[in-house]
Write a protein that binds this ligand. Sequence first.
Ligand code: PRX
Length: 674
Amino acid sequence: MNDELSEQLKIETHWQEEEYYQPPASFVAQANLLDGSIYERFCLENFPEYYKEFGQMLDWEKPWDVLFDSSNPPFWRWFVGGRLNAAYNCIDRHLAENKNKTALYFVPEPEDERIEAVTYQDLFVRVNEVAALLRDHFGLKKGDRVTIHMPMVIDLPVTMLACARLGVIHSMVYGGFSAQACADRMVDADSSVLVTMDGYWRDGKWLDQKEKADQAVEAADKEGHRVNKVLVWQRYPAQYKSASQIVEGRDVIVNDLLRQYRGSQVAPESMLGEDTLFLMYTSGSTGKPKAAQHSIGGYLSYVTAMSKYILDIQPKDVYWCMADIGWITGHSFIVYGPLSLGASSVVYEGSPTCPDAGRPWRISERLGVNILHTSPTAIRSLRKLGPDEPAKYNYNYKLMVTVGEPIEPEVWRWYYNTVGNGQAAVVDTYWQTENGGFLCSTVPALKPMKPGSTGPGVPGIHPVIYDDEGKEVPAGSGRGGNLCIKNPWPGIMLGIWGDPDRYVNTYYARVCKNPNSKDWRDWPYFTGDGAMLAKDGYFRVLGRIDDVINVAGHRLGTKEIESAALKVMQVAEAAVIAAHDDIKGVIPEVYVVLQPGVTPSKEVKTVVVDAIVKEIGPIARPREVWIVPDLPKTRSGKIMRRVLASISNRSDLGDLTSLANSEVVENIRKMVQD
Ligand code: PRX
């Protein structure tokens, strides 16, 4: 077992079993999934047949020929030969019965601005007009890649769905990410069209987004990649609110151009089930971000089924997921899943604590939100800033979701008791960008909740814990190990964009039972997370076993942050570790060794912080930069981040015998802790 995991397991031994909470009777009485036999139906022996049920939740232009093609492991293909369109499934199919129903609510951050309700009919019109513009003005067609770097506004899902309608692959880069991050992703995806917005509100401040587009195009250019077109949406139509100039011939104001496409309609492109819907970048341990490539049929059927069975979304519900659409949670569970089910989904522009920690509860009261989907980070900050706020508002949740990182049991209890008033079922959904939708969670009406544990595999997913020799760690053993999934599922990515070897090496090679085998049973999926399995079949996720830091639910590669620090000339070496933080869970801290002759100073620290923020974005902003004489290293020269992490977190330093230079440790410890 590697160092980091065993370190986490040490913490683990102090963990105690939590009490169960039964789902509220009022929830059970109305739940979508009440039939406990689903677990038997979705047993491993019935794989892959049971996933037909998921496929049947979609409208297909032509039924699939082959449900599951495993002829080229681990490049699984689902619903092969079937034809469909994602935008059609998220919009057109609801028009006959529900065209006047609200599809999306837009809640601007400034509280005095009007909330906008977009019906399915409105959405149909807008998506068609944008699709016509993309096709006719920019010549975009099936298979092209478009990069979207936008904030949380309705024009964002409209742009995504317009791409989907044309069979264009969208690659969304989280709006808060830096220009450089956007550039790197445009280069990797080889996309020559960038869609952005002039600016937006965040935490009470107006942020200029278009400025970043200019820098991103320039940065991509330096990497030898040309971005021909920048499409700029206006946050306030007919007003341009960015300091950056419009570049003639390159930039287009979408809102202006759209007038030419009024009332245009575009027939949904007939796509194969196994075609690509979008790319979503995620950090890896080896620096360069990688794009999970998600399919149309498999992905959409999976998120639809998860939205129905785990999120319990029903036609009468108003559902609000507070994630950003720039992350997979937003793609799957603000846009594709809820819209595929014909639900009303809320898009909120701003920060959950703006202008105060009562905001989410006011939005919920105002819109009648009854399903809330958020992360432990948001819950922690709402609890810290306004522990008694929820009680002041009159809203009623039937279900609440937590996702993105492990939730501490006491934070879970505040969520359940104070936010949910003890009346809502809570699901702790565990999954990853690469997975499309949930891997583990309780089915809310069928299983009790257990604070801090995600639950068993969702129906159809068969998780297992392997030790480092590949032996199954039995339930209730109290031992942690590598969390893996025994079977493929429709939501799993098609691969890593442009890098098939990385897909195989990262997610399968370590636990593959026989690389020559054509049998899916020999190819379990390696999540890269450490976990423990309790006797009751519930998993408790311990965190990443590789060197990826999960800050506030956002995955950042330590290597990426380190290489940003190393761009500073004065820095010779850098090591990034995850320091525990009350609000964010973890936050990066950076240890740097300076080049010979450079004097340590506050200025150098600031330059390092700035470099990281510029390269990656403000979420990677380190809490502290420590200038140290040397980094602890093994004899083979591997930096022992674990030791630095223990210093930052004031925990036991553990075994130092493998260090080549153990004398530096005491030095660093004094500097940091005294
Ligand atoms: O370490 C796990 C953690 O977040 C990682 C996936 O991050 P990302 O791809 O950004 O997707 C986030 C949204 C799904 C996982 O490898 N993680 C996610 N959900 C949970 C979690 N850890 C514990 N409990 C969860 N519910």
